[in-house]
Structure formats: C-alpha cells, structure tokens
Ligand binder design. Structure first.
Ligand SMILES: Cc1ncc(COP(=O)(O)O)c(C=O)c1O
Length: 386
C-alpha cells in the first residue's frame, strides 16, 4: 500500500540531508555540506530567550507575529535601506524562511503556473514550486553566476506568474548589481510578474560590496515579497525563525494561509529576537561573523584554486563557494563528492542538487568549518586529486 500523494511522489529527496545523515558519527569527517554557521548563538540572545520564557511568553501569539518583533523588523528595513514597511499589515514572522517560501507559493500559484528560477538555486525552490502545483522554468546563468537576462526574456510565456531571486546566492555566492537587478525588475513589471526575493544572506557580502534590497529598486516594491531569516544572521537555524515584508495587499492572503498551517511562529523566540535585534551586541555579532567568513572564504578559495584542475570563483556573498571540478580526474560533481567523502572524509554537495545543468560543480560551505579545518580540506583534496 502506498498512500503518498501524487504531488509528493514527484519530489526528489534532499541530497544534502542524505549526505548530512551519512556523515554523522564518522570519525574525522570535515563537513562543508550543510548550510549552517558553526558559530555559537550570541550569549545575549540566549539570555533573552531564557528571560522571555521566565516572563511567561509561552502562549499562542498573533498569527502575523509578535508585534514587538514586527516593529523591530520594519525598523531594520528603514535603517538598512531607507524603506518603510507596515509593521502591522505588511510584516510576517514564520517558522524559518523555508516556511515563508512555502506559504507564499501556495498562496499565489495555481496549477500550471510557471515560476522563473535560476539554475543553480537553493534546492528547496523547485520542490516547493511543484508542491504548490506550479512548474519551474530554469533561468540560465552567465559565466559568473548572474542570471542571464537576455535568455530569460525568451522564457516568458502567458503562464509565467513569478520570478524568484536570491542574492547573495546559495549555492554560488554571486550577487547582481543594482543595475542588473533593475533589469530583472523591469522584466517583472513588463510581464506583470510577482517577485519573490530571498535575501537571507543579506549581511554576508564581502570586500565592501553592499547588499541591494530588491524592494528598494524602482518598480519592485508593490510586486515583491521579501523572504528573510534569522537562522544565518544570528546563528539560530534550530530556532526556525524566518520573516518577510511586502505590501499589505500581498501579505493579507499569505497570512490567511499561515494561520491554518502553524497558527503562529514560536512565541518566546520572537520576544527574545525583538529585544535583541537592535542592541550593540547584535551589531557586533553581525560584523564579527562577516569578518570570520571573509577570512575563511579567502583561505578555501585560494586553496581550491591551488589544486590543479579546480577553478573556483571568489564568492561576493553568502558562505558558499562553488568550484568547477570538471578538469579533474573526477570530472562531475557526483563522482567528485563521492570520492571526497569516501577517500578524504570531506563532505561536499554535488552541483546537480542545485539545478539541471550543474554537473561540473560541487558546493562547499565555509560557514560550517573553521580555518584549520578548511586548510585540512585543501590538503586532503590536493592528495585526492594528484
Ligand atoms: C537561500 C536560502 N533561503 C532560505 C533558507 C532557509 O533558511 P531557514 O528556513 O533556516 O530560515 C536557506 C537555508 O539554507 C537558504 O539557503
């Protein structure tokens, strides 16, 4: 007997989760697999959570989220980008960014609607599009992992409903400039598309590059749902705290869906974040982690490029790098990552997890390994490849 729904049967399981499970308990493994920071949650935030529990913030909360946190979120957008969102009707707190992507797609897609998604992308997007009854249409990338705008124009049909953007990108670490993003927004305006902009890595941009908030680009505000998360920013992926901002018109039906799925995101975690988000400790943590990631990035990227046959572009943001391994003796991502795991005990994710034309790549997360481990990875891969 198989009671599984037809829509779920279409979904390929997450290879990253499988790799994660496989590497557990094996001695001496260095995992550059999962996209989670290995840095501990700031002490002040942990204290704020304990305090919130002691202060009896343990009940159900309002569906859109704890009002104090929604105000802190809209303040953030004002401070960081000079953009106003409505803290009552235009802001939502969810159980992770993933849950917001889910409810936004469920809310806005009808059967057969097409969603433009970059190849490669965060592996959740195409699966969630399928779960919402939609169809993923892959936008090709340029050599430096930006969206190929001209080729994307040719993919628009009368079924195209939404455009998914994610900069800084998981898995490539690429960002697009304001001008290039404006061209993507123009495409959305010309074809009346909804924009979903996933900006969960907004604080991790390197070499003085500033993050561009898509909602701040002319023409974008009224058609963009911004997806964000505290998982990476404050090293709390296990708290499952995501959030989003958009116009009250676009938010209203999403809130209806959210109420039936989770009722509300966890209460004490929201209170803790509201009290922590704009403190000096929060600012210090963000800049400390950014510095750590930039240093790690330089070590792993230079190290990988010193190995014959590997070509790794320097990511401008996120905490991933995405080397091309096609000139090595294991020329496709699947066999490279299998060999790296079996012979060198290094976990890397094959590029094919992230999109249909990604056979030449593997993804390495430098969010989850320190400098010494990254140097060790380079040594191990050098011996594997030579
Ligand atoms: C691009 C992107 N968006 C969203 C998420 C979701 O994060 P969370 O659900 O922990 O908030 C991730 C996590 O890896 C991600 O890489």
């Amino acid at each position: 007997m198989n009671f599984t729904s037809e829509k779920l049967k279409k979904i390929k399981p997450s290879g990253i989760r499988e790799l994660f499970a496989k590497s557990q308990g094996i001695e001496d493994v260095i995992s550059l697999g999962i996209g989670a920071p290995d840095i501990h949650t700031p002490v002040e935030l942990k204290e704020a959570l304990k305090q919130a529990v002691d202060d009896n913030f343990n009940n159900y909360g309002q569906t859109p989220g704890y009002q104090g946190l929604r105000e802190a979120i809209t303040k953030k957008y004002k401070v960081d980008y000079g953009i106003e969102y409505d803290s009552t009707d235009g802001t939502i707190v969810t159980c992770g960014g993933v849950q917001l992507i889910y409810i936004a797609l469920q809310t806005y897609l009808s059967k057969g609607d097409e969603v433009l998604v970059q190849d490669p992308c965060f592996l959740t997007y195409p699966r969630q599009v399928t779960l919402a009854g939609g169809k993923t249409v892959w936008m090709p990338s340029t050599d430096n992992f930006e969206i190929d705008i001209e080729k994307t124009k040719e993919l628009i049909t009368d079924k195209t409903k939404a455009l998914m953007l994610n900069f800084p990108s998981n898995p490539t670490g690429a960002v697009m400039s304001r001008e290039e993003l404006k061209a993507m927004v123009d495409l959305a305006v010309d074809n009346d598309l909804l924009i979903l902009s996933d900006e969960v890595y907004e604080y991790y941009t390197f070499d003085d590059v500033k993050h561009v908030h898509v909602g701040s680009i002319e023409g974008a505000y009224e058609r963009t749902i911004t997806i964000n998360s505290f998982s990476k920013t404050f090293a709390i992926p296990g708290w499952r705290m995501g959030y989003g901002v958009t116009t009250p018109e676009l938010m209203k039906p999403i809130l209806g869906y959210h109420g039936f799925v989770v009722a509300n995101a966890t209460t004490p975690t929201q209170v803790a974040l509201a009290n922590f988000m704009h403190t000096p400790a929060a600012m210090e943590f963000k800049s400390k982690v950014k510095g750590i990631f930039q240093k790690r990035r330089d070590i792993i990227v230079d190290g990988l490029n010193s190995i014959e046959g590997i070509n790794c572009q320097k990511p401008v943001g996120s905490f991933y790098c995405y080397p091309d391994i096609s000139q090595t003796k294991y020329p496709d991502g699947e066999s490279f990552s299998t060999k790296a795991f079996e012979e060198s005990r290094v976990v890397l994710v094959p590029g094919t997890e992230f999109g249909p034309s990604q056979t030449n790549y593997v993804r390495a997360s430098f969010g989850s390994a320190d400098v010494t481990q990254l140097e060790e990875v380079v040594e191990r891969l050098t011996s594997l490849i030579s």
